[in-house]
Design a protein. Structure first.
Length: 612
């Protein structure tokens, strides 16, 4: 009976065959004769699996009130006490633990975890509770800060506060929206560290190849602009997988708790993209004496995998610092630093929120729109999109196929630039640069409004305008942009890397796909050697994180999806440097702006527990 019920459940839910086998295996472990109890326990296991796949670290049993009515009746309408009774029965068989020992499932404070997730979360929480450890300095930090920053008595320079925090703590967590100067800030942090100890071993990293390449470029520029001579700071950034020495299975790493990294400072950009498991593996591989500097935007999309570590850490951003910390920062920076009006956690003294945007001024449509979306203010969003005086944002209501075609036509107009550059000179660097001028971003992978459908339509339209030549016997053609979907350590290509297909430099009869690397070089590869990839005229908003484009087109589906939320739209808007166009149904847009997804975790509670 249970097997039949599980198979029926699978047909009506987003569970996999693996979930099904896991639920059956654990139900067999608890050796329960009562069918209702067995069904309830199987339901908990399946629900936890689905929650983790959706990005949650755990499953909060207090949210079990929204079960589908038919399933609810089949489970005999259980209350919270009934669920706990089932878990207590499973704990007698050592399948579930209430925290006193390890078991496959951990049940802590109404939250159900897989053991690995619970251990990772506790490990990360313990680490970030140690941020108050002081750093020995050999220089006058106040003097260095004054050299790095000019004093402005009118308002607090939060970049200066961030640098002061990073120079005096083992961990620094710096969050800021687009154009708030995160890279400039980290360049000054690294300058201060090197001035204190020139032999400090520093490594910069990012979650994706594209983000690492952009960090390398922007960090190099920022350090060049500093007024210090002979600063020996390595600016080349690597991906996190490369940093840890990812093995071919991408699940294990050469550097770990038994073989730690030989570094003194680790900088991680785009930290909002780092999931719980990756953060735990990074911390394991760090020597106890190493510093960790996290940069990101707390309002951007969280990682694809389970967890929202950076966002959870930024929950501790308060209206002030502890009294001792505020006095220390005031002494170092010359500003009157606000003191929290209530007791703070240790981690609070290591966090800084950058508040001033240097890219978007007060009249910038992109900046205003991003803030309105971030705050969930739909009426303000609607007003901004209707304001014809804002030249850098535009809105097209997706009412018919005509508007859909307008999106495609606009993309063709923009993509002409890089395709014409191929025809004129075939200069690889120019072609790669011109391709970054525009990108179409979408929320889904499949269907008319997804990556697959949009890429196909754009390809056909480009061919119709004779900008590309499609070969029906082969998917490859000159000008085809592709995105890598699976890491290849042997080739040095990683998930998210984007390349353009061109004729080979020294043999025009062959095709090569050329990729820009973080060290400034460009390398070409045979199309048939590449790991899993896809055409990249359109890309998902998730995949666009860590990238910037002059012009961004955003298209939303005409039917609402659970994937749509304001963080997604905010992330898409903030990929644009000069202009953004939104193509969406008005009702869908309103619902997206008003929707926000909370990722379930216990990290904040665990940090508070360790702090006590």
């Amino acid at each position: 009976m249970l097997i039949t019920w599980l198979e029926q459940f699978k047909q009506n839910s987003q569970i996999s065959l693996l979930d099904l086998h896991l639920a059956q295996f654990l139900v067999n472990k608890i050796d329960c004769d009562d069918e209702i109890t067995a069904k309830r326990f199987a339901f908990l296991v399946l629900s936890l699996s689905m929650e983790v796949r959706a990005g949650h670290v755990c499953f909060d049993l207090t949210r079990l009130q929204n079960i589908e009515p038919q399933i609810w009746l089949e489970l005999n309408s259980p209350e919270i006490d009934d669920w706990i009774k089932v878990l207590k029965l499973a704990s007698n068989r050592h399948v579930v633990s209430f925290g006193d020992q390890l078991a496959p499932l951990m049940f802590i404070e109404n939250k159900l975890y897989f053991q690995r997730m619970w251990l990772d979360e506790g490990f990360v929480a313990q680490y970030f509770n140690q941020t108050q450890l002081d750093i020995t300095t050999n220089i006058d930090l106040k003097q260095i800060l004054n050299q790095l920053f000019s004093y402005d008595s009118a308002s607090i320079d939060w970049q200066k506060i961030a640098v002061a925090i990073a120079l005096t703590r083992k961990v620094a967590i710096i969050s800021g929206g687009p154009g708030t100067g995160k890279t400039t800030t980290v360049a000054k942090i690294l300058a201060g560290i090197v001035l204190n100890n020139p032999t400090t071993r520093i490594v910069s990293a990012a979650p994706t190849g594209k983000a690492a390449s952009r960090l390398t470029e922007s960090l190099g520029r920022a350090i060049e602009q500093l007024s210090f001579e002979s600063l020996n700071i390595k600016t080349e950034a690597v991906t996190l997988h490369r940093l840890l020495g990812a093995k071919t299975d991408n699940r294990s790493f050469s550097y770990n708790k038994h073989n730690q990294l030989h570094i003194d400072v680790l900088v991680i950009d785009e930290a909002s993209m780092v999931d719980l498991n990756m953060m735990a593996r990074i911390i394991e591989a760090l020597p106890a004496s190493a510093r960790l500097i996290l940069l990101g935007d707390k309002d951007q999309l969280s990682s694809v995998e389970a967890g929202a570590v950076f966002g959870d850490l930024c929950d501790f951003i308060s209206n002030g610092y502890s009294q001792l910390r505020a006095h220390e920062l005031s002494r170092l920076t010359g500003y009157t630093i606000p003191i929290a009006d209530q007791p703070t956690m240790a981690i609070t003294d290591s966090i800084c929120l950058l508040k001033k945007s240097y890219r978007f001024n007060e009249s910038s449509g992109i900046g205003l729109l991003a803030n309105a979306v971030k705050e969930g203010q739909y009426l303000n969003v609607k007003k901004l999109l209707a304001d014809n005086t804002l030249q850098d944002i535009s809105y097209y209501e997706l009412l018919s196929n005509q508007t859909y075609q307008a999106v495609l036509n606009d993309c063709v107009e923009h993509y002409k630039n890089y395709l014409n550059a191929i025809n004129r000179s075939n200069d690889i660097a120019t072609v790669l640069t011109k391709f970054t001028q525009c990108r179409l971003l979408c929320a889904l992978r499949e269907g008319k409004f997804g990556v697959e459908g949009l890429n196909k339509q754009i390809e056909l339209l480009l061919a119709k305008h004779k900008l590309i030549r499609l070969n029906h016997r082969d998917q490859w053609y000159i000008g085809r942009p592709i995105m890598i979907l699976r890491n290849s350590t042997s080739l040095g290509l990683y998930n998210g890397d984007i390349g353009i297909t061109l004729t080979a430099e020294h043999d025009s009869s062959k095709l090569r796909v050329y990729f820009p690397f973080s060290d400034g070089t460009i390398k070409g590869f045979s199309p048939y050697r590449l790991p899993e990839h896809e055409t990249a005229y359109a890309m998902t908003i998730h995949k666009s994180q860590g990238s910037e484009f002059d012009h961004v087109n955003i298209i939303l589906p005409t039917e609402f999806s659970p994937l749509l939320n304001r963080s997604l739209l905010y992330t898409a808007i903030t990929r644009a440097k000069k202009a953004v166009s939104i193509f969406a149904d008005a009702k869908i847009l309103e619902r997206v702006v008003k929707s926000q997804i909370h990722r379930e975790s216990g990290l904040v509670e665990q940090i508070k527990k360790y702090s006590k």
